[in-house]
Design a protein around this ligand. Sequence first.
Ligand code: FCB
Length: 477
Amino acid sequence: MSNPARPPAVGVLDQGAAATFPPGFLWGAATAAYQIEGAATEGGRTPSIWDTFSHTQGRTVAGHTGDVACDHYHRMPDDVRLMAELGLRSYRFSVSWPRVQPGGAGAVNPEGMDFYQRLVDELLGHGIEPWLTLYHWDLPQPLEDAGGWPARDTAARFADYAQLVADALGDRVKYFTTFNEPWCSAFLGYGSGVHAPGRSDGADAVRAGHHLMLGHGLAVQALRASRPDAQLGITVNLYPVTPATDSPADADAARRIDALANRFFLDPVLRGAYPADLAADLREVTDFGHVRDGDLAVISTPLDMVGVNYYSRYVVAAPAETGAAEAYWRAPSCWPGSPDVRFVTRGVPVTDMGWEIDAPGLVETLERVHRDYTDLPLYVTENGSAFVDAVADGQVDDPDRLAYFDAHLRAAHAAISAGVPLKGYFAWSLMDNFEWAWGYTKRFGMVYVDYDSQARIPKSSARWYADVIRRNGLAAQ
Ligand code: FCB
């Protein structure tokens, strides 16, 4: 890959100019089932790995769980009305596997599926395009007990589940994403263990990554056969990876992290092969004996679109005596084969997650996927920021989040101007929610959620975004 020798200046693009997006650009917001639904034991839903994990002492901040979350399961019609008020053209949500197929096997649970039937009907009734993610991290617990994603059979179980969802909703849902961020499922779930199911084994993480992609390919084949008109894709979380200096050792560190974070998924899905350097980097961890003949052909089954989640950039350096600083995504155990690469902090502004704000990185990321991998339509399926919010006089003013969105939309616009076929953008997130291991301590929403009363308060960023959608772009400043 072509990495600049030094991190580019962090800033915004086209600052101040008006930026109009192409006609039909799909403006949306995203959520995920376990993060917002609550109703964890209602309507026949059974536990997922996130129920088990969050109920295990010491796994989430303050022991927070998704038991109630935003109570969206009960408040869905009101939440859809709020989306309509904000003018959303599309809503990206995920289906809870253990709600619609309890235990991860057997027939559909009609009561669970009914929730999504009603959600889709509400959305369509308000002119909002439903965008369905099949898997946003909530594996049914019995499938984990049978081996989880490191076990090959889980891929086949996922394809069965995908078919069952498409049979129920495919007449009204056009856009399907198979997986959200398989890197997190594999490397945070089975590598560092900071996400469910909380296991920590490098070889298992690599196997999990492969079986997630196999499940993706099998599901795409099944959905393509039964729903030829559907738009099928996957969502990957991508990062530009930049060496801290122009030394060859730092360049090699960047190459290694890029292979694990980005090319591990992009190459098999869009090129039908694992990168050779990745296999070499991982030779002490795995011999890739879990990859069977024909798998990569399944994994690279043609798609209709690619979803990109973008939050930040990685700046990395070669191993040093002093060792790495360890934020949770930097934990050595989520980088098998390269555990001693150092993640460098540049001292630029960060969000409440500690993630560096780097809008130009979005342009780089989108251009790279388009240039190096595919002509397919691209969508930013997540982009957003956590900041500490305060309610004052019933209002929430969030200028930092608004500025983050503004800068990244200018980046999205710059990518389009440079020829990237970017067709839509989904803000993360519609509303504050259960931020995984961080529980309710990190707020990403455009809509504030008071978890005591479940009141929703659109923040100033939500009002601003509604205006962006109305004018199909950014006004001159
Ligand atoms: C992404 C996840 C999403 C949310 C954001 C902040 O990695 O897909 O659920 O946690 O980060």
